[in-house]
Design a protein around this ligand. Structure first.
Ligand code: K1U
Ligand code: ZN
Length: 168
């Protein structure tokens, strides 16, 4: 297994729209395994392939308290959504910032697994929020896009400054 590099806002590669997965092979399963390792190590509750500069429709998540309920969604689709709720969101690509975002409260999802098997399930609460957040990544969208221009630009300036400091 390997830890993958996570891209940080405002890296333009985070704006790439991901392509559907068509090959369910050993290379895909290795990427899934590396993404889980990267997510748990970060630590995070989700990770989209876009964030590790792989532009395919793949995301992983684990919102369980015991960090023992890994879920991998490939070519995910939200087929039903209802209600709405506002929750604090963070993002491994926007380190250090948490802001409220309004999302659907209950969703029904259709997705494939690493073997290409399709299934449907319902999600609510943090799991529903996390899936919507990760699916936004696959469209090149970040949670900061829901904030005012002023807030987003402030976050961008602070992260660019930090990245310059780190680069020396
Ligand atoms: O997409 C990402 O960068 C992962 C992100 C997912 C997310 C968090 C909160 C709401 C919606 C989506 C994170 O995991 S940020 C880190 C985080 O929230 C967390 C980390 C460890 C334990 C508990 C939460
Ligand atoms: Zn994120």
């Amino acid at each position: 297994m390997a830890l993958l590099n996570i891209l940080h806002f405002p890296d333009p590669r985070l704006r790439t729209v991901a392509k559907p997965v068509t090959e369910f092979d050993a290379e895909l399963r290795k990427l899934v395994s590396d993404m889980f390792e990267t997510m748990y190590e970060a630590p995070g509750i989700g990770l989209a392939a876009t964030q590790v500069d792989r532009h395919i429709r793949l995301l992983v998540l684990d919102v369980s308290e015991g960090r023992n309920r890994p879920r991998c969604l490939i070519n995910p689709e939200i087929i039903e959504a209802d209600g709405d709720e506002e929750m604090d969101e963070g993002c491994l690509s926007v380190p250090g910032y948490y802001e409220k975002v309004r999302r659907a409260e209950h969703i029904r999802v259709r997705a494939q697994d690493e073997n290409g098997q399709t299934s449907e399930f319902e999600a609510e609460g943090l799991e529903a929020v996390c899936i919507q957040h990760e699916m936004d990544h696959l469209e090149g969208k970040l949670f900061v896009d829901y904030l005012s221009n002023l807030k987003r630009n402030r976050i961008r300036s602070k992260l660019v400054k930090l990245q310059k400091q780190k680069a020396g």
